[in-house]
Design a protein around this ligand. Structure first.
Ligand code: NAD
Length: 340
């Protein structure tokens, strides 16, 4: 007899448990942002194990990051996200990012679940973008540009369309045109009502877009602030993708987790803080502060807003905890005896 069991959930089991339900993931992400503001979390920060010395090396040689945490509220779960990034994996037909989630009982601290978190990660990043769009995009945003047609792009779009169903035109820019074209073809099939335009002319696409959502591996900015039109929301979801002018032109600088952004030090707004060009007090809000009503969302359709998300393991832990509890209730997954 095992005294301690672990539930193992592979990618199929996670799908059966609703990990691909974007509306549910948006609800989870909103709750995590709000719970974060109450302080009922433990988030010691991301531990980055990178190959090479520079961000450029990291983007070719890869990394494995550990993101431990505890999320309170209705989730009441501890755990860790262990995420590998192998930028050369495509040569072997494997995805760049692979995620293993371990959940731990917050009382005994024992592991209770091991789950594939690869979809959790793309869903929660999409959901974070979706929450930002709900709160910060122009009310009638109709044109969006997605930069980086990789694993994150489909969930960024799915969440964006929930946040602004008014989006009718989508530009897709990628440093590899074939990636943009492949994503465009899949998107046209999934959303036939959407006009989808793969493009290499990032300037023209930016100038025409209400929402510019960057999910690339760029370590040099490719979006210029001078191109942003009135009312634009520029979303810096990864590294150094947009120039300082995008931040300077913004009437609001919004983030998911400001301390994590400064700790990770890879994004535009982090570099500006490091260079003394912005102060802590220049950050208008974390999304949780807008959701709990202490800070304002977008106030008019003219302001330019900059958003940067770095993510946090507690987002993945919350979604995985929901799937784990459903698995227990429904008898899904494989129960492994841990200590016999
Ligand atoms: N903010 C968060 O919470 C969060 C969460 C997950 C991933 N990310 C980041 O999002 C980024 C994308 O992740 P992914 O899983 O989609 O990666 P991916 O490797 O699947 O796709 C990246 C895409 O970006 C393109 N690209 C690379 N450099 C580019 C450039 N300079 N200009 C335009 N396109 C470029 C690639 O050709 C590729 O199609 C990564 O940097 C990742 O670290 C952020």
């Amino acid at each position: 007899m095992s005294k301690v069991d672990i539930v193992f959930l592979n990618n199929k089991a996670m799908e059966e448990l609703g990990v691909l339900d974007m509306e549910a993931c948006i609800r989870d992400v909103e709750r995590v942002y709000v719970i974060n503001q109450t302080g009922d979390i433990i988030a010691p920060g991301k531990c980055v194990m990178r190959w090479g010395k520079t961000t450029e090396d990291e983007n070719t040689l890869g990394r494995i990051n550990a993101m431990p945490g505890y999320i309170g509220g209705e989730y009441d779960m501890a755990g860790i996200k262990w995420i590998g990034s192998g930028p050369q994996n495509y040569k072997k037909g494997l995805p760049r990012a692979s995620v293993t989630m371990v959940l731990n009982d917050p009382d005994t601290k024992l592991p209770v679940c091991i789950a594939d978190g690869t979809a959790v990660s793309t869903m929660r990043t999409g959901a974070s973008g979706g929450v930002a769009i709900k709160l910060l995009a122009k009310s009638d945003a109709s044109t969006m540009l997605i930069c980086g047609a990789g694993a994150q792009a489909p969930t960024q779009l799915a969440a964006a369309l929930l946040g602004r169903p008014s989006i009718k035109k989508l530009y897709v820019y990628d440093i590899i045109l074939a990636n943009a074209e492949r994503f465009a073809a899949a998107t046209r099939e999934k959303y036939p009502e959407l006009e989808v335009i793969p493009t290499m002319d990032v300037e023209a696409a930016t100038r025409d877009s209400d929402i510019i959502d960057c999910v690339t591996l760029a370590s040099e900015p490719f979006i210029k602030g001078e191109w942003l039109k009135k009312g634009a929301l520029v979303m810096n979801m990864a590294d150094y993708e947009v120039d300082y002018e995008c931040v300077r032109r913004a009437s609001k600088i919004c983030v998911d987790y400001w301390d994590n952004i400064k700790h990770r030090m890879i994004s535009t707004v982090a570099f500006m803080w490091r260079d003394g060009l912005i102060k802590d007090s220049d950050i208008h809000a974390e999304l949780g502060e807008i959701l709990n009503g202490t800070k304002s969302p977008r106030e008019n359709d003219d302001e330019i807003i900059y958003f940067n998300a770095v993510g946090a393991g507690i987002l993945d832990i919350a979604i995985t905890a929901r799937c784990y509890r459903d698995a227990k209730a429904q008898g899904k997954g494989i129960t492994l005896p841990y200590w016999e």
